[in-house]
Design a protein around this ligand. Structure first.
Ligand code: SF4
Length: 83
């Protein structure tokens, strides 16, 4: 299980600083940060701590098993960002 970022993301990068496992990308200052529409969580690195969701100012982050039905495809979209 992992957390998932949805398209409500406003790219304020608070979650990146909060994540203990470096699972969230791109980071502020990365070249990709200017071009992506949102940030993403690598499900292989996420340890399911929930810290990112608690600091998100946009309520954009959900546990994969609590994703709203209309956001269900974002689990795959987050994983796809990491290839
Ligand atoms: S749940 Fe924890 S480990 Fe997973 S992306 Fe969020 S802060 Fe990082």
């Amino acid at each position: 299980m992992a957390y998932v970022i949805t398209d409500a993301c406003v790219k304020d990068f608070a979650c990146v600083a909060e994540c203990p496992s470096g699972a969230i990308a791109p980071a502020e200052g990365d070249a990709a940060a200017a071009t992506v529409s949102q940030l993403f969580i690598n499900p292989d690195d996420c340890i399911d701590c929930g810290s990112c969701a608690s600091v998100c100012p946009a309520t954009a982050i959900f546990s994969a098993d609590e994703l709203p039905a209309d956001k269900a495809d974002f689990a795959a979209k987050n994983a796809a960002y990491f290839g």
